[in-house]
Design a protein around this ligand. Sequence first.
Ligand code: NCD
Ligand code: ZN
Length: 346
Amino acid sequence: MTRSITLRRPDDWHLHLRDGAMLEGVIGDTSRTFARAIIMPNLVPPVVTTADAEAYRGRILAALPQGHHFQPLMTLYLTEHTSPDDVARGKESGLITAVKLYPAGATTNSHGGVRDLAKAMPVLERMAEIGLPLCVHGEVTDPEVDIFDREAVFIERVLEPLRHRLPELKITMEHVTTADGVDYIRNAAKNLAGSITTHHLIINRNAILVGGIRPHYYCLPVAKRESHRLALRKAATSGSPRFFLGTDSAPHVDPLKECACGCAGIYTSINTMNCLAHVFEEEGALEQLEAFASLNGPAWYGLPANEERITLVRRDQPVEFPAKIETGAGPVTVFDPMFPLYWEID
Ligand code: NCD
Ligand code: ZN
C-alpha cells in the first residue's frame, strides 16, 4: 500500500474567501496548503471593476497569517455594464486572471449578474481577443427547468451557442456536477476546461436529503445522483488536462445554513487535500492527484506550476478535523466526508 506521495504544491481554481471577519477567519485554511487560488468576486457588493479587484486583493493580502505565502488570482464579476476597456486594463496589468459569469439569480449574490448575455457581448469579444478566460457558473435560472437539470440545459442553451459565436474565447466550466458536463468538456475541440470540487467527488444528492434535511451538504450547483458522481470521479482521476481542482469552498456561518431558507455553500478549504488523497486512493489513481491538483490548472491558465512540494502521508489512525471553525463572523461547519480521513499533509 502506498504510504506517502509527494506533489507540487496545489492551487485552488475556484474559492470564496469573503471579506472582513470571515476572510480573516478562513484564509489561513487555504494559504496553509495552497500556493494560489482564483478568488470569486461575489461579495456584497460584487467585485465589478479592476479598482474593486485591486482593493479586494489588498484586503486579502493584509489578512494573510504571518509567514504564509499565497497569491490571490483576482476575477471580475461580469455585469451587463462591464467596460471592455477596464477588463482589458485589468488583464494588461496582470491583476485579473479571469472574468466570472453568474447568470442572474443562479446562486449566492448573483442578482447583479447577467440576465441577457447579448448585453455582455462586447466584453466577451474583447476577452476572446486578448486571451482572458471566462469562468462560468453553468446553470440556467429559468424557473421552468428542474434544479437537477440546470447544468445540462445551460450547456445546450447558453454554452454551446456562446462557443459557436466566440470560438476563441477560453471558457472554464466551473464546478461541473454532471456526466453531461464531463462529456461536453471532454469532447470539445478546444478552449474549454472544467473544474471539479472536492465535495462533488464525495457526496451525491442523498447526502442532502436522506434521513433528514442536511443543510451542510447543500451547495450550488446541487449534488446530483450517484451516476454523475461516478462520472466526475472518472474525469478527475483520468489525468486529462481538461479537468482540475476548484474547491468552491464557500463559507457561510451556521445560522445562515441552519434555517428555513439556508444558504448554498460547503466549506472544504481545511480538509480538501486529505479528502482528495482518499478519493484518488479509492480510485487507484493516486499518481494522478498531482495532475488534478497542481498541474492541469496552471497549464490551462498559462501559469507555471509551483516549484514547492508537499508530501501527503497515510497515517495508521484517522486524522481529526474540527467539526466547526470559529471565525469573527461566527461558526462555520467543516465538510464531513462521512468516512475517516487517514491522509495528512506532512
Ligand atoms: C457559492 C457562495 O456561497 O458564494 N455557493 C455555493 O453553493 N457554491 C456560490 C457559488 O459558487 O455558486
Ligand atoms: Zn463558487
